[in-house]
Design a protein. Sequence first.
Length: 276
Amino acid sequence: MKKLFLAFIILTLAVFSTACSSETSGKEKTVKVKIGVSGSDNRIWDFVAEKAAKEGIEVEIISFSDYVQPNIALAEGELDANAFQTVAYFDSFIKEHKLDLVPIATTVLAPMGIYSEKYKSVDDIPEGGKIAVPNDVSNMGRALLLLEEAGLIKLTDDYDGNGSLDKIVENPKNLEIVEMVAAQTPRVLPDVAASIINNGIAVDAGFNPTKDSIFHESATATPYVNIIATRAEDKENKHLKRLAELYQEDDVAEFIEKEYKGNSIPTFIPLSDIGW
């Protein structure tokens, strides 16, 4: 009887031990990934996080109020990745601050557009027409690239993206480029042939960048595509790579198109296309 009771105790302990081991093993399969973003609009990442959770990847979204700390926090190991910046900003920032960060995927393009109250196509803009552009170096540089993409001007072959009118080498319509504070670009629409308005200001002014502009940036505007970045040592991390893959699936593209109605364009292109 004692032997039978002892055998029962041993069997019970074995089953309990196996259950605990299984439970612990299950917990070990869940991996937590910290993603840094700027601002409070986390709709896309909330959607991606739900998908990732089904594969054992728990995404913690950490919001910052500026464009500096997400990269510093990533470099210092406080984050596993971040997703808030364009290629142009990223390249400039890591060079200036000497950070060993790399992009692992592209995400969205928040398109800058050409708007007009007088013309329905850039082809209709007349000789000598006035074009309003933001006067800060970064946005003006982007505006000039947009004018080139629209076929209205040609820039120097070594154009570095910094706005300067002397970088225009061809201006077949003799367009008059009028520089002004970015916030003024929607207000001058009645007075110019067209105005180039950046995404955020256009949305605040009630415009839909893809529907209301007469021309807007496309995936060819690679310096202004947003990215997911991580530390160079983690670029092959399987969980981060899987998270990037989940972001670039068709259902996420559909979610972005539906949720943002053209204010953001899903732009999933190879890293080689952005110079990496």
